[in-house]
Design a binder for this molecule. Sequence first.
Ligand code: NI
Length: 184
Amino acid sequence: MALLPIIIAPDPRLKQIAAPVARVDDQVRQLMDDLLETMYQAPGIGLAAPQVGVLKRVIVVDASAKDEERAPLCMANPELIEVSDEDAHYEEGCLSLPEHYAEVVRPIRIRVRYLDHENEIRELDAEELLATCIQHEMDHLEGILFVDHLSALKRNMILRKLTKAKKADKTPDKIPTGAPVAAE
Ligand code: NI
């Protein structure tokens, strides 16, 4: 397993549409494992392949509470097959937009179909935080960031701050690109 460098917004690589995987083979499994390791190390509760520069429809999430056992979910080609009319409001953040948070409204319950770590087709009913997290990560596969759900005013304010932070920092990505970095 390896830690992967996370791309920080604004970056055109975060605005691309990711391609489906044909099947979850060893290469995709490796990507899932690396995404999980990178997510836990960050730490975060979700990560999508485009955030590490891989344009494949692969996401990982773990919305378990800190004092609970880990509950990692690996999903390839996730599809929403049901969404509730009722909405949830959650304060969202993103490893690609560090230190910025804003309330986003999304369906409170979803049913998602995906290929799991073993290439099995699964369906999962999720609600509340887990549903929000899955939808947030699925957005990344369409090149959509949580700030795209906000007003242009709020979005531009956050993106301007991130651009400024990048300019001030000679290494824009938190983890340098290249060789895997050892966990702290
Ligand atoms: Ni994100």
